[in-house]
Design a protein. Structure first.
Length: 139
């Protein structure tokens, strides 16, 4: 098996509103999206938005009503100014600022926001890594 992640699917309560949120922060909806699921191309992987109840049912689990799910999604950027800019765009689109931009122990800049359903995103610039032309991490 070649290890990789193909899809990250987020359960959302309002698919049109969540789709609009992600479009407002700069993602482009994939043409294969439909009334039941939205896809966004993410440098070789797909971010999918799907109804939270339907996703829980499909996985055979109980849906959590709220709270931290023990997972964050991270988006690294090319320079420190982009960290604040992206978090501001997310907040302007209806997201919630969770942690102001600050310097973490490893250096660089990072901040956190939550989308409309509370999915936690870190936005980071790390001077110890670089991004290739497709936005993939290069150590």
């Amino acid at each position: 098996m070649r290890p990789h992640i193909s899809f990250v699917t987020l359960g959302v309560t309002d698919l049109p509103a969540s789709t609009a949120f992600y479009e407002q922060i700069g993602l482009q909806r994939h043409p294969r999206s439909n009334a039941h699921i939205t896809f966004f191309e993410m440098s070789g992987q797909i971010l999918a938005l799907f109804g939270a109840d339907a996703l829980a049912e499909d996985a055979g689990v109980q849906q959590r009503s709220s709270g931290f799910a023990g997972m964050t999604l991270a988006h690294n950027v090319n320079n420190e100014d982009e960290v604040q800019s992206l978090i501001d765009r997310a907040v302007d689109a209806g997201g919630t600022r969770l942690r102001p931009v600050s310097e973490p122990p490893w250096g660089g800049q990072r901040g956190y926001f939550a989308d409309l359903d509370g999915h936690v995103w870190e936005v980071a610039w790390n001077p110890n890594i670089s991004l290739d032309a497709d936005g993939r991490i290069a150590f």
